[in-house]
Design a protein around this ligand. Structure first.
Ligand SMILES: Cc1cc2nc3c(=O)[nH]c(=O)nc-3n(C[C@H](O)[C@H](O)[C@H](O)COP(=O)(O)OP(=O)(O)OC[C@H]3O[C@@H](n4cnc5c(N)ncnc54)[C@H](O)[C@@H]3O)c2cc1C
Length: 444
């Protein structure tokens, strides 16, 4: 018996932030859209997130802190106002403006947004099909992508579409791909995202002729304390040590290895590549009061990060002297005397010649010298990957020769290159490229 076959204007593979935004944008402009989602529900990492839709506050900051392909970063920056205007027009709940890292944003009702997108798709004759695997993209004689063969428990369905958007959320859930594209140490990295995004979009796109650029090793993530369980997604935020950018990070040899002040997300990559893929995060009473007990965005819930870490299996200590921090470090398998010396040297250098500090700090040159002292063993955890399918500024998937794969687009974390070792918003990246892909596919 032949497979069931359906037709639509736009096929979207993956029903998270990028996919649902692309689908709804096209549907609002009259497209019949089919979204195929592998999980039992839509939303992906977006509905696990804090819902803060933010990006760099200037094009210059986007280039500096996004640190990816400038043309793609510019698309995020330029399309962000359209995204916000659309959310407002749709009546989605939004907070007042807030500061986030080197940018600005709003907390949005992310569950409400995903539901609203689904309603728009359905109102315009499309549907969202859950628990559906995409086996392969189909192509016509010219090489253009014309849909996909999908598998649902009720049987296989071929979806014929004028355009297809890949939006499966990146490859962070595949230990093998993490090891191949990020770093060998990344194979065992903690996963701080939905568990479904294992690189299917990259595979499908590459099979259809698209390029997966293997040179972007970047990812977004955070340093987390050692968890005694990792099955409750609320721990993703509760155990994240956002304040590492005001602290000191020391490796097992007791050495500083990065400019901590560039951001906890940057510190996460730097820690991954250290011996043992871990670090000792050291801070003092000043940092504790100002940053380790205060939510990272104004709408967050205040938590004592050390106390929360220890309650959930973290290896940490609060001590009156730097010497005691060294002794704790030694018990955790770090070079204790070197740790003590590194803290003392750091403080002395900041008092006597901050300009000689190596590695340097871009911000926060205050010593870590107000007792009590805090030390916590931290590990990298990945939220989404920056490398992916090569796209142009219209979201078209490109071949290794730089030509467009006709009919094929990528958005969100499936699209590589907008960020390098930096970061200027995950939801914004997904939503702006969702809109961009839908526009390029003909629904401007
Ligand atoms: C704890 C946490 C907090 C965060 N906080 C923020 C924040 O406040 N601000 C911010 O900007 N970003 C935040 N993020 C990041 C943000 O959620 C992501 O960057 C964003 O959701 C990525 O969008 P996406 O569409 O690429 O992926 P997702 O939103 O993850 O969507 C991908 C979808 O594809 C589906 N899928 C996977 N494989 C397949 C397949 N083979 N076939 C079909 N479907 C498939 C997945 O199930 C999922 O539904 C946070 C993330 C987490 C986990």
């Amino acid at each position: 018996m032949d497979d069931l076959s359906i037709e639509c204007d736009l096929l979207v593979v993956g029903g998270g932030m990028a996919g649902m935004s692309a689908a709804a944008w096209a549907a609002e402009r009259g497209a019949v859209v089919i979204v195929v989602e592998k999980a039992a529900a839509t939303g992906g990492s977006a509905v696990l997130s804090g819902g803060v839709l933010w990006t760099a506050s200037s094009a210059e900051k986007m280039r500096r802190y996004g640190a990816g392909d400038p043309a793609l970063g510019q698309v995020v920056f330029d399309t962000y106002p359209d995204a916000v205007a659309w959310l407002r027009r749709c009546g989605v709940g939004m907070s007042l403006r807030m500061d986030v890292l080197h940018g600005q944003g709003y907390q949005i009702d992310i569950h409400g947004w995903i539901q609203h997108c689904q309603s728009l798709v359905e109102q315009h004759g499309g549907s969202v099909i859950l628990e559906t695997e995409t086996l392969e993209l189909i192509r016509d004689g010219t090489g253009a992508v014309t849909g996909a063969r999908t598998r649902h428990e009720d049987g296989d369905v071929t979806v014929h579409a004028k355009a297809t958007v890949l939006a499966t959320g990146g490859f962070q859930a595949s230990s093998e791909l993490r090891a191949r594209y990020i770093h060998p140490n990344a194979r065992d990295m903690l996963l701080r995202s939905n568990p479904v995004s294992d690189g299917a979009g990259l595979r499908l796109g590459a099979e259809a002729g698209g390029e997966v650029a293997g040179t972007n090793r970047g990812f977004y993530g955070h340093l987390v304390s050692e968890p005694n369980r990792w099955d409750d997604e609320r721990l993703f935020v509760a155990l994240s040590q956002y304040h590492s950018e005001h602290a000191l990070l020391l490796n097992e040899a007791g050495e500083r290895f990065c400019d901590e002040t560039l951001g906890d997300h940057t510190n996460t990559y730097e820690t991954l590549v250290q011996s043992g893929s871990r670090a000792l995060c050291v801070w003092d009473a000043r940092v504790h009061e100002a940053y380790a007990t205060v939510p990272v965005v104004s709408i967050g819930v205040p938590l004592d990060k050390m106390q929360t870490a220890i309650e959930n299996g973290g290896k940490g200590v609060v001590a009156e002297t730097v010497e005691a921090i060294g002794e704790f470090a030694q018990r955790q398998g770090f070079d204790g005397p070197a740790v003590q010396a590194a803290i003392e040297t750091f403080n002395r250098t900041l008092r006597e010649g901050w300009e000689t500090l190596s590695p340097p700090r871009t911000e926060d040159w205050r010593p870590i010298d107000k007792a009590p002292f805090y030390a916590l063993v931290v590990h990298p955890a990945i939220t989404f990957t920056f490398g992916g399918l090569t796209i142009d500024a219209g979201g078209h998937v490109l071949t290794p020769q730089g030509a467009r794969v006709p009919g094929l687009f990528a958005a969100g974390a499936d699209a590589g290159g907008a960020y390098g070792h930096g970061y200027a918003g995950g939801l914004a990246l997904a939503m702006t490229f969702g809109i961009t892909a839908a526009r390029s596919a003909g629904w401007a």
